[in-house]
Design a protein around this ligand. Structure first.
Ligand code: PHE
Length: 510
């Protein structure tokens, strides 16, 4: 057990000298292992330690060589001294076996007055004996990793014989429960220990309150569902009621006609809308619960009349409206189909003053559009929709509402751009600067529902209805830093990503 060995080495060494500096006592032990061993001992109060940082000197390869064989000048001197007759350059090179050592070493040996040259050009020793100072210094550094003389360190460094390195080590003291070994530790208090009384002298293993629990293999919510949960709570806290969006298939009537979308509108075209072939036609709009006393037939006819001839200050579209067209079944292209039927029902509700009461509806559910699929678009996505009905609502109030709503998602500094929806006037696309992406991004579509929509349903003239829609995918992708929608939906989704994605909480940066 190497970890146990290190622990007992530390305890032994600390018993002999205190404080102990880890880099001196265990120069070869890896930092992490020393730290782990010390932490184990510290948790049992057997040692205390603090971290120290210091510069250590390490030999460069050339420094290593000098420490082993001597400096160039010393090697030249020794070779020359041994040869009674002196040595020529060539002979010296042969003896030492390294031209470079000879070249540098003889120059220095001259300077030190260790050798001289005879008339016939040979080197001769003139000193009796020499002291190889550099070698001595390097030997000291090799063992102590430093040198008492700072100037020596600087010199050797300049000569590229050593380099300095920052080293973190530990200054270790004995702790209150210092001992030469870790005592046997009990992890549990057992009935036997109580019965025998051995608990009195037992050492218990300290609890590690920082230990992480084992990961649980449990179900996980999809990231879209996590963002949806957060958005739902924002809607609920702002007084919204959730709309029933459990029908993916709608009639063209609710998806388009009730919303004053003309039957020739490009959005109804096969390019954007998935039509259902079977059954070929929907039932006419009708009450779906016994308490719904509205006259759907009248509403159907009224819608036709408003499309064809207009009313409520509108001249209509002036085309022959087709009942069959409105009964074609579609995969709903927006949840506004549901908003339309909710508003139609609201018109029949009698509030305290006999008129429809103000209302706030929302939904977050799936919609379908026959668009080309790319990295950020699928043929289906989730729409987040909000609708506010109240008397004499103004645009200013609505913009304030949007500030509060998006502010809760961490989106601020909203900007509006005039847009077009057949069912709203004015219509506004909503934008915001996204700091993470470094650009202005579109975050939603909105508008005030037209009188052709609302008054046909029977809502009072002075009741204004504001609506807005955004996708759930967009904020989710931004939140989780996903750039390709296929990482979020479809067969390429990494289940580990789903398992490990943290819950979201808006309110920070979106
Ligand atoms: N239906 C719109 C869309 O799909 C969103 C919207 C809803 C706009 C309500 C205005 C009013 O983008």
């Amino acid at each position: 057990n190497p970890a146990g060995d290190l622990i007992s080495q530390i305890l032994q060494a600390l018993d002999k000298s205190e404080p102990l500096v880890s880099a001196d006592a265990f120069p070869a032990a890896p930092f992490v292992e020393i730290k782990a061993a010390l932490d184990r001992l510290k948790s049992r109060d057997m040692v205390r330690y603090d971290t120290i940082e210091r510069q250590e000197a390490l030999l460069e390869p050339e420094g290593e060589e000098i420490a082993a064989n001597g400096s160039h000048e010393a090697r030249v001197f020794e070779a020359v001294q041994k040869a009674m007759e002196g040595l020529s350059v060539k002979e010296l090179e042969e003896t030492i076996g390294d031209k470079n050592v000879v070249k540098i070493g003889q120059g220095k040996a001259f300077k030190e007055k260790w050798i001289s040259k005879t008339k016939d050009g040979k080197f001769k020793a003139i000193a009796e004996s020499i002291k190889d100072v550099t070698r001595g210094q390097l030997e000291t550094i090799k063992t102590t990793r430093t040198h008492p003389n700072a100037k020596t360190l600087a010199d050797l460094k300049k000569r590229k014989l050593i380099r300095m390195q920052k080293v973190i080590s530990f200054r270790i003291h004995k702790g209150d429960k210092f001992a030469l070994e870790i005592p046997d530790e009990a992890t549990d208090l057992t009935a036997d220990m109580i019965a025998s009384g051995s608990w009195k002298t037992a050492t218990f293993k300290p609890y590690n309150f920082k230990a992480l629990g084992a990961a649980q293999m449990a179900g996980a919510l999809h990231p879209l569902n996590k963002v949806r949960a957060e958005l739902r709570s924002i809607f609920f806290e702002m007084g919204f009621e959730e709309m029933p969006t459990n029908k993916f298939v709608e009639s063209g009537f609710w998806n388009f006609d009730a919303l004053f979308v003309p039957q020739q509108h490009p959005a109804r075209d096969l390019q954007d809308t998935f039509y259902i072939a079977d059954p070929p036609l929907a039932d006419k709009p009708r009450a779906e619960s016994p308490d719904d006393k509205k006259d759907y037939e009248a509403y159907w006819n009224h819608t036709k009349a408003v499309h064809q001839d207009g009313e409520f200050g509108s001249i209509g579209y002036r085309y022959p409206w087709s009942g069959d067209e409105s009964l074609r079944l579609v995969l709903r292209t927006h949840t506004t189909a549901v908003s339309a039927s909710m508003l139609h029902k609201l018109a029949a509700v009698e509030g305290p003053d006999g008129r429809p009461p103000p209302a706030r509806y929302f939904s977050i559910d799936r919609v379908f559009r026959n668009e080309s699929v790319d990295a950020t678009h699928l043929a289906e996505f989730h729409q987040v929709e909000g609708v506010i009905a109240d008397y004499n609502l103004s645009m200013g109030e609505l913009m304030e509402f949007m500030d509060i709503f998006f502010g809760k998602m961490g989106i601020t500094g909203l900007m509006y751009k005039p847009a077009y929806n057949p069912y709203t006037e004015p219509s506004m696309e909503i934008f915001s600067y996204h700091a993470g992406l470094g650009k202005i991004v579109e975050i939603g579509n909105s508008g005030m529902f037209r009188p052709e929509v609302l008054e046909t349903m029977g809502l009072p003239k002075d009741m204004r209805v504001f609506g807005f829609g955004l996708s759930l995918e967009r904020p989710t992708m931004i939140k989780y830093g996903i750039s390709n929608i296929r990482e979020l939906l479809g067969h390429k989704v990494d289940l580990n990503f789903v398992q490990n994605s943290p819950a979201v909480q808006f309110g920070g940066k979106a």
